[in-house]
Design a protein around this ligand. Structure first.
Ligand SMILES: C[S@@+](CC[C@H](N)C(=O)[O-])C[C@H]1O[C@@H](n2cnc3c(N)ncnc32)[C@H](O)[C@@H]1O
Length: 295
């Protein structure tokens, strides 16, 4: 058993950042569940917090940075983040205008109306409602034409009061953050020595596109990470083990000495375990999220 003092420190570190109790957007694969563990591995001191693949912002909201940058190539999503920051009342109105239609129409009818409006003209107001009401928070687009194709969820979208409570909590947590609709390469350029970048990049699927995965190339990201490390920026990279990303990353030319540590997030096991397994394949083990750190 480790000495008590270590347990005490670990507890303090895990409590350094606390995730919000609820999510603003429903988003498959969001990092809310792992947020305490992931953020416990962030450096004790850093300047700006930067998240180039923001998605539903689970880690950003957990960190609640004094000075932050949140960016994503998905334009309707950044419209939501800017509205949350600059005009939270309007964001609640966006949700209420659509949610209030349930009763006059069935939730399936409302969902299809909003989806049709979104597909005609992708926009944050429709997308907000779709993310809250679509099946399992699966934000999926047709490869051919970019249409959102997810069916309606079985659940009832949360009521307006609950949504408005979430807006209040999340608005407080993102007050110090600026939002940009841009590629990760531009966001990386904004980082300075002493800043922390947390990356949770997308994964490409064969039939459909989850988020904006088609425009993403992992080799390019690794190159950006290398440049950032040289500048004195701390970088943490999440790799989702459920998507067979063991192979996904192992087959890539990862620059030597780019990452100093690799952790298995769901269990907290360290790479040491891997070496102790002496040749037995990790594939037989349950592998979930991995975190690679340049520091
Ligand atoms: C796995 S999600 C991030 C999930 C997030 N960590 C959360 O907790 O919700 C990846 C995000 O990267 C965005 N993205 C895809 N390609 C990108 C690129 N080239 N540059 C920046 N963002 C990109 C997608 O739109 C998506 O929102």
């Amino acid at each position: 058993m480790p000495p008590l003092v270590e347990l005490h420190d670990k507890k303090n570190i895990l409590e350094r950042f606390t995730p919000p109790k609820t999510q603003l957007l429903k988003w498959v694969g969001n990092k809310q569940k792992f947020a305490p563990e992931i953020t416990s591995h962030f450096p004790l001191n850093f300047n700006n917090y930067i998240e180039p693949f923001l998605g539903s912002g689970a880690i950003l909201a957990t960190v609640t940075p004094k000075h932050g940058i949140g960016a994503d190539t998905f334009k309707p999503l950044i419209e939501i983040w800017n509205q949350l920051k600059n005009n939270p009342i309007k964001l609640i109105e966006w949700y209420a205008e659509r949610r209030n239609l349930i009763g006059k129409y069935t939730k399936e009818e409302v969902y299809e109306m909003v989806k049709a409006s979104y597909n005609l003209n992708p926009n944050g107001a429709d997308f907000l409602y779709l993310s809250r009401s679509c099946y399992g928070g699966v934000i999926r687009f047709r490869k051919l034409d970019g249409y959102m194709s997810t069916p309606c969820g079985a659940h009832m979208p949360i009521d307006i009061q609950s949504f408005s409570n979430r807006v209040k909590t999340w608005n407080r947590r993102i007050k110090g953050t600026m939002f940009f609709n841009q590629d990760h390469k531009i966001t990386f350029k904004q980082a300075k020595k002493g800043d922390l970048i947390y990356c949770d990049p997308p994964y490409a699927f064969s039939q459909a596109i989850l988020y904006g995965a088609q425009s993403f190339n992992l080799a390019e990201l690794l190159y950006e990470i290398e440049k950032a490390k040289t500048k004195g920026v701390f970088v943490a990279l999440s790799i989702d083990g459920n998507k067979k990303s063991g192979d996904f990353i192992c087959n890539l030319p990862i620059p030597e000495n780019l990452f100093e540590r690799e952790l298995f997030i769901d269990t907290g096991r360290s790479m040491l375990k891997r070496f102790q397994m002496e040749g037995r394949s990790l594939e037989t083990e349950h592998v979930s999220d991995r975190l690679l750190l340049t520091y």
